[in-house]
Write a protein that binds this ligand. Structure first.
Ligand code: KG4
Ligand code: ZN
Length: 336
């Protein structure tokens, strides 16, 4: 490794995953994540518990990331950290830790927008062709973006209410699946058929809405359970397949419309929901048909991860985009 290499430590702690990564000269050398399963017990993220668990794992994860990358703390060029959007207490843990590293090592600090980092994760180890339609689908956000260049994004539309990941989690909760329900629903759907036609919300332009699906599933289940108290257990795979199909269709209809309208050369989908196997399969088919290049991050870069923070930090480092260490976390932080 050249002595003038740029080593960025990236820290992610915006919600319920603690993750630390090292990116050296634009290559991810390590990426360690601990997902906090304790929230399963409560059916959703408990902010105070999340903050405390970040405190417990952040030091160990940083040591592991450095060791795997073969780098010592004193070699770090800068530390990048998620500033928002996210849970304030959780963000504060990562930010305080990053600030103390920056202060003790006398290295610059780089603040990163979590949503921008999800988009940037599309470019880790992959070269895009612009213009591109990007979609970020996570537990907190659903956005459709026109991406003209690496740092040139325009939001075409977003969700009016629940995010796509929330739609998986909330309908999954109604079906008795543990939190986060997205991966569980993905698994169950594999053995199910799309038998229950839930309505697809009609939203103008490039907007999305998922709260109607949750209500439709709730009332449907109430009706069915009156006749058969075992209805969910007896039909779980088909229920999952039907809900998942609805969410994937809703996303793909808008994505396809935008890709055609803007005559794009590639399509990218990032964020936790991009791990969904049906979404990935249907995206691949759509892109093959239209000869669009498809960019989907590796699974470990889909869910919240330090690599996307270190990677975005590396690009900000090259542009000299540092901040002074008095910045506060931001619960809301629009991408542009
Ligand atoms: O990006 P992410 O890790 O965290 C946020 O920034 O929100 O996304 C988490 C979301 C959760 O709602 C989870 O249920 C969903 O991503 N998710 C999935 C899958 N894996 C994670 N949804 C559907 N299918 C999956 N395989
Ligand atoms: Zn995220």
């Amino acid at each position: 490794m050249a002595s003038h290499s740029i080593h960025i430590l990236g820290i992610e702690s915006s919600c319920d995953d603690t993750s630390v990564s090292i990116v050296t000269d634009g290559k991810v050398l390590s990426n360690f994540t601990i997902s906090q399963w304790i929230h399963q017990k409560y059916g959703g993220v408990v902010p105070e518990a999340a903050s405390r668990l970040h405190v417990e794992s952040i030091v160990e994860l940083t040591a592991a990331a450095l060791t795997q990358a073969g780098i010592e703390k004193k070699q770090l060029s800068a530390v990048a950290v998620t500033r928002g959007p996210g849970l304030i207490g959780s963000l504060l843990v990562g930010i305080s830790f990053a600030k103390s590293l920056s202060l003790s090592l006398q290295i610059p600090i780089i603040e990163v927008n979590h949503l921008q980092a999800h988009v940037m994760s599309l470019f880790i180890d992959q070269a895009p062709r612009f213009p591109m339609i990007g979609m970020t689908v996570s537990g907190g956000h659903t956005q459709l973006l026109l991406i003209r260049d690496y740092a040139d994004f325009e939001i075409l539309g977003q969700t009016l209410d629940d995010a796509a990941g929330e739609a998986f989690d909330k309908t999954g909760k109604l079906l008795g699946l543990p939190y986060p329900a997205g991966p569980e629903m993905d698994k169950w759907s594999k053995s199910g058929s799309v038998r229950f036609p839930f309505p697809i919300a009609q939203v103008a332009d490039y907007g999305f809405s998922f709260s109607g699906l949750k209500t439709a599933v709730l009332y449907f289940l109430k009706d069915q359970l009156k006749q058969d108290p075992q209805f969910i257990e007896n039909n779980l795979a088909d229920l999952c397949a039907s809900v998942q199909d609805n969410i994937c269709k809703t996303l793909l209809i808008k994505l396809k419309k935008a890709a055609i309208q803007y005559e794009v050369r590639s399509v990218g989908v990032a964020g936790g929901v991009s791990a969904n196997s049906q979404l990935r399969k249907e995206l691949q088919e759509l892109c093959t048909l239209h000869e669009w290049q498809l960019l989907v991050p590796k699974l470990s870069y889909c869910v919240d991860n330090g690599a996307m923070i270190a990677w975005t930090g590396y690009h900000k480092f090259l542009k000299g985009q540092f901040v002074d260490d008095r910045f506060p976390p931001l619960a809301r932080y629009p991408i542009i």
